[in-house]
Design a protein around this ligand. Structure first.
Ligand code: ZN
Length: 276
C-alpha cells in the first residue's frame, strides 16, 4: 500500500524559527506555493495517482485558488491546522479554536467535509492526548500526525486510537524509511537526501508506505532567507535539484493513493488499538 500526503504550506512556514513563528511576518514573503502545487498536481494527473492534501487554514484563507484547484482535480483535502502551531504553544481551548477555524474555512471553500488531520511538526505525544478528543469532536476520522519518532516504538502501520473520551480515530502514521540501521520518516527532506534506488527498494519491500511532502520540497528556487540560519537554509535546499525527478519516478513505478481510499482497504477490525 502506497499513500501520498502533501502538507500545503509555504516555504516560510518554518517551525522552530523565532521570526517565522510569528504569523505577522508571513505576509511580506514571496509565495512559491501555487507554482509548486501546480507542478505536483500535473504529475499526479499524468500518472493518474491520488494524494491527500493537508492544507493550512491560513493558506486556504489567503489563497482561495488553492482549494479551488484541489477541488477541480477531485483530490482529498484535509487540515494541517490554521496557524501551523505545534502542541507546545497550544492548550485545549486554543487547539480547538485553531482546528475549528481551519476546518470551517476549508469546508466552506470546498463544499466537502474535512475528515483528515495532520498536526504541525508531528507534535502529538503522551502529554497532549486530549488533542484526539477535540479532533473527534470536530468530525476528524483519520489522523496522520504520528511517526516512529513520536511513538518511540515500531507502530508504523495503521491502527485505531481510542481517545480519552472513548471515541475512535483511525491513525495512518507516516511510515519509515530504513537506511544504515536507522529509521527516518518517509518523505520531505529525507526523500530529497537519499538515493532513489534506496527509496525504491524501501517502497517495494514494505507493506505500508505513507509518504509526506511539502510543495517546497520540489522547488530549486526556494528563497534563501537571512532570517533563517545557514544550517536551516541548507536543510531547506538539500537534494532539491533531483527531487522532482525522483518524485516522478516513484509516481511512475508505484500506485499511490489517498488516505480515504487506503482506509477503505485496511481491515480496521483487525487493526491494533493504540493505548495513548
Ligand atoms: Zn507543516
Amino acid at each position: 500500500m502506497h499513500i501520498l500526503t502533501i502538507d500545503v504550506e509555504d516555504w516560510y512556514h518554518l517551525i522552530g524559527n523565532r521570526y517565522f513563528s510569528n504569523p505577522d511576518n508571513w505576509y511580506d514573503n514571496e509565495s512559491v506555493l501555487l507554482k509548486n502545487l501546480e507542478r505536483i498536481i500535473a504529475l499526479l494527473e499524468k500518472y493518474n495517482r491520488k494524494a491527500t492534501f493537508l492544507v493550512l487554514g491560513w493558506i486556504a484563507e489567503k489563497y482561495p485558488s488553492v482549494i479551488k484547484l484541489l477541488v477541480k482535480n477531485d483530490f482529498e483535502i484535509g487540515s494541517h491546522s490554521y496557524l501551523h502551531r505545534t502542541t507546545r504553544f497550544l492548550n485545549k481551548k486554543s487547539f480547538f479554536a485553531d482546528t475549528e477555524k481551519s476546518i470551517k474555512i476549508i469546508e466552506d471553500q470546498s463544499g466537502k467535509k474535512v475528515e483528515c488531520y495532520r498536526m504541525p511538526a508531528f507534535s502529538i505525544d503522551r502529554t497532549n492526548k486530549w488533542v484526539y478528543d477535540i479532533l473527534a469532536d470536530l468530525g476528524i476520522k483519520y489522523d496522520s500526525s504520528l511517526t516512529i519518532a513520536n511513538r518511540r516504538n515500531n507502530y508504523v502501520y495503521p491502527y485505531k486510537i481510542k481517545t480519552p473520551n472513548g471515541s475512535f480515530i483511525k491513525e495512518l502514521p507516516v511510515s519509515t524509511f530504513r537506511y544504515l540501521w536507522v529509521n527516518f520518516n518517509s518523505g520531505s527532506g529525507y526523500f530529497r537526501m537519499f538515493p532513489l534506488k534506496k527509496i525504491t527498494q524501501s517502497l517495494k519491500n514494505e507493506n505500508y508506505n505513507l509518504l509526506y511532502f511539502h510543495p517546497r520540497d520540489f522547488d530549486l528556487q526556494t528563497p534563501v532567507s537571512l532570517k533563517v540560519s545557514l544550517l536551516q537554509n541548507l536543510k531547506n535546499r538539500i537534494g532539491l535539484k533531483q527531487s522532482i525527478n525522483k518524485f516522478e519516478s516513484i509516481l511512475n513505478n508505484f500506485e499511490f493513493t489517498d488516505i480515504k481510499e487506503a482506509s477503505q482497504k485496511i481491515d480496521w477490525i483487525k487493526a491494533d488499538t493504540l493505548k495513548l
